[in-house]
Design a protein around this ligand. Structure first.
Ligand SMILES: *[C@@H]1O[C@H](CO)[C@@H](O)[C@H](O)[C@H]1NC(C)=O
Length: 301
């Protein structure tokens, strides 16, 4: 009886606690600031991320990053980098950009997940949908036909997921030749001086060029945050994004994007969630999550 009393006496408990506290103070290192997750944007995609006439970086991507980071209680920041820091095409193949691999930042914002890219990198759950199209000069003067790719010269942008590997995957075959342009301006020049027959890209509108009606699927699961395979970012981002999306605030923000930032008409947000639903895609084909990650459907609407 006395033994029991002695063991559980308040004084002894306090001593043990005191000892733990002292040890704790001695062992614990000085508290460090929580990690800041840095999201890279190109800064040239209005309304998603762009540098305004006032020189300030802004856009719907930045709003989304802030909202999801707030839900997750994570510290986040954005930076601006050229596209090549995230993606590059070397000898006709996709390779990850040095900036992402070397850890200059944690994530490349709003990149389409594609077969080539998931070989090298991983993606968060989709934040938007995407599609792939062929663009030609007004009136299609060279009579480009996607079903006759074997006789056509295609241009795509450096590092694009709309590439030769995709035309082969979706059953259109290998183009006669594939050119890689550094940007839209160069791709347009190649169309205008008749070096290329068509631009293969995710764009659905151009002011001065004609986007053909075919819609193709080169993506695995839409648009997400692209990170290294060893990144912990998806661990907190995915549940936080899901929470933000299911709250309806994702779609409320989407509805306001063009009003707030102008730019290309927004048409590829995820559909509003229904009550017992998770994230699904819209458009030409449903976004397949995890279970069919590597199945790409040939879909044309
Ligand atoms: C067409 O334009 C591209 C890109 O500016 C240029 O490199 C190429 O030399 C041009 N070709 C001709 C035939 O003018």
């Amino acid at each position: 009886m006395a033994e029991v009393n002695r063991r559980s006496s308040p004084l002894r408990k306090m001593n043990v606690l005191g000892l733990l506290c002292v040890c704790g103070l001695v062992i614990l290192p000085t508290p460090v600031q929580a990690k800041t997750w840095v999201f890279a944007v190109g800064g040239n995609r209005r309304p998603w991320n762009f540098i305004g006439d006032d020189g300030v970086l802004k856009g719907a991507d930045l709003d989304l990053i802030q909202a999801v980071c707030d839900v997750a209680n994570q510290k986040c920041a954005t930076t601006v980098v050229p596209t090549e820091a995230c993606v590059q095409t070397v000898r006709g193949r996709f390779y990850p950009g040095e900036g992402l691999m070397a850890g200059w930042f944690d994530a490349c914002t709003s990149y389409v997940s594609s077969i080539d890219r998931v070989n090298a990198l991983q993606f968060t759950d989709p934040i938007r949908t995407t599609t792939s199209t062929f663009t030609v000069l007004q009136g299609n003067p060279k009579n480009f036909d996607p079903l006759n790719l074997q006789n056509a010269v295609i241009v795509h942008l450096n590092g694009a997921f709309t590439n030769e590997q995709c035309t082969i995957r979706i059953g259109l075959g290998r183009p006669k030749a594939v050119l890689v342009a550094a940007g839209i301006a160069e791709a347009k020049e190649l169309l205008l001086n008749r070096t290329a027959d068509a631009l293969f890209s995710p764009r659905t509108t151009f002011n001065d060029l004609e986007v053909l009606p075919g819609r193709y699927r080169c993506d695995v699961s839409g648009v997400g945050m692209m990170v290294k395979k060893d990144s912990e970012l998806p661990v907190w981002w995915n549940p936080a994004f899901q929470k933000y999306y299911m709250s309806g605030r994702y779609n409320d923000a989407c509805d306001q994007i063009n009003q707030k930032y102008g730019g290309f008409p927004v048409h590829n947000c995820l559909p509003r969630p229904t009550s017992q639903q998770g994230i699904v895609g819209t458009g030409s084909a449903p976004i397949r999550k995890r279970q069919n990650r590597f199945v790409v459907q040939f879909t044309q609407i």
